[in-house]
Design a protein around this ligand. Structure first.
Ligand code: NAD
Ligand code: UDP
Length: 393
């Protein structure tokens, strides 16, 4: 029996579309490809320099011998810097989603040029080809474009710091506050802000149909890499993978500058629901910038470390460390030029009004499923790596 036709938020049947997804082999891309294959009829032209995280969708595996989605996903292995294939793929598609970026904070102050090229210059042809060929674009920006909160400039015990007007981040009202140029941490945020402004301008002046996504710390399985196992041993991934690596190795978790910064974490599976709504509801998503986060899942980095240690002990059956955390200076951990966002609470009014989306998964639940995955995927490999360190490439 044929399954009932899927409908959009206004009750119209959803037509199958072709999506050019750049950066499809990364963390977010891999989850989005899985969702599109499992639940829709859309076709994906996946572009990336690496396909490891979507290999299970491209090649039959013993547990999935005949891929039920057939050839609805095609992988194109190339770097979007100066590759003539890019325009052809965008022309063949109804929608382009750009996820490609250098987006690990350890790179922002140590590789500022590559960060700016990746997040601004390399995105320019994507915007140009979409605009010239009248193709819709969903571009991935970041919550980091907000930088620091207004409240962070008040004295620590000032009562206004508790007033949401001084910290809640709103797409159409909050300023973007970065540190000085010498603090190269802000190279990423600045490049992302400029490409946002360019896309917004293309919309206003040339009619580009666009949606800009600002993810607020989406986390889950397949995020980044575990140093010395599936990434360089001296590499520094984002906090989920750093802390997972410490837990897997039985080392104390490192709190940068005491772990006082605050973050809100969103489960990748909730986030992907929001992206699918954007894809399938263009009339509601076009022309908008969306915060996508979970304001209910706020913790300090120190609290995150404590929670992850407790949950890891539960899922692995290994006892917690006697000294679960240690403090490190940001200069020692990230090098010269690091700076930090103090607090990131997304205002959810716009996404809620346009797409009716709300996050569902609590921080405890998302960490429990993610750490179960990390333990299952990496614990044996870590034991082998400890016994015989893998040389870094
Ligand atoms: P990721 O690093 O896992 O994925 C990015 C992918 O892009 C990688 O597979 C990489 O190989 C690919 N890529 C980079 N440059 C490329 C190039 N020149 N040509 C072809 N492929 C290239 O990162 P992610 O977490 O999946 O993030 C995706 C996007 O979302 C990024 O734009 C990032 O800035 C944004 N973002 C993510 C988060 C989050 O919470 N994960 C937060 C803020 C912003
Ligand atoms: N952090 C930390 N220890 C680590 C890795 C990161 O204390 O091993 C801190 C980092 O300084 C920042 C927060 O965790 O305050 C989140 O870092 P992440 O790299 O995930 O990205 P961000 O949210 O800053 O973009």
């Amino acid at each position: 029996m044929a399954s009932p036709a899927r409908v959009d938020l206004d009750g119209n049947p959803i037509k199958a579309m072709t999506i050019c997804m750049i950066g499809a082999g990364g963390f977010i891309g891999s989850h989005l490809c899985e969702k599109l294959m499992a639940e829709t009829q859309h076709k994906v032209l996946a572009v990336d320099v690496c396909s490891d995280k979507i290999k299970h969708l491209l090649e039959p595996t013993p547990s999935n011998p005949n891929l039920p989605w057939g050839d609805r996903i095609q992988f194109h292995l190339f770097n979007i810097k100066n590759d003539s294939r890019l325009e052809g793929l965008i022309k063949m598609s109804d929608l382009t989603i750009n996820l490609a970026a250098i987006c690990t904070p350890a790179d922002y102050n140590t590789r500022p040029l590559e960060t700016i090229y990746s997040n601004f210059i390399d995105a320019l042809p994507v915007v140009k080809y979409c605009s010239e060929n009248s193709k819709r674009l969903i571009h991935f920006s970041t919550c980091e474009v907000y930088g620091k909160t207004v409240g962070s400039f008040l004295p620590k015990d000032h009562p206004l710091r508790q007033d949401p007007a001084f910290y809640v981040l709103k797409e159409d009202a909050s300023p973007c506050i970065f540190g000085p140029t010498e603090k190269q941490r802000w190279s990423y945020a600045c490049a992302k802000q400029l490409i946002e402004r360019l896309i917004y301008g293309e919309g206003a002046e040339n009619g580009l149909e666009f949606t800009i996504v600002r993810p607020f710390n989406w986390i889950g399985p397949r995020m980044d890499f575990i140093p010395g196992v599936d990434g360089p041993s001296e590499g520094v991934p984002r906090v989920l993978a750093c802390f997972s690596n410490n837990l897997l190795r039985g080392e104390p978790l490192k709190l940068v500058d005491g772990g006082e910064s605050q973050r809100t974490f969103l489960y990748i599976k909730d986030a992907i629901e929001a992206v699918l709504l954007m894809i399938e509801n263009p009339a509601r998503a076009n022309g908008h910038i969306f915060n996508v986060g979970n304001p209910n899942n706020e913790v300090t980095v120190k609290q995150l470390a404590e929670m992850m240690s407790e949950i890891y002990a539960k899922v692995s059956g290994e006892p917690s460390l006697e000294v679960p955390t240690i403090n490190v200076s940001s200069k020692d951990f990230y090098g010269e030029g690091y700076d930090d966002s103090d607090k990131r609470i997304p205002d959810m009014t716009i996404i809620n009004k346009q797409l009716g989306w709300n996050p569902k998964t609590s921080l405890w639940d998302l960490l429990e499923s993610t750490l179960t995955y990390q333990h299952r995927t990496y614990s044996e490999a870590i034991k082998r790596a400890i016994a015989k360190p893998i040389p870094s490439s």
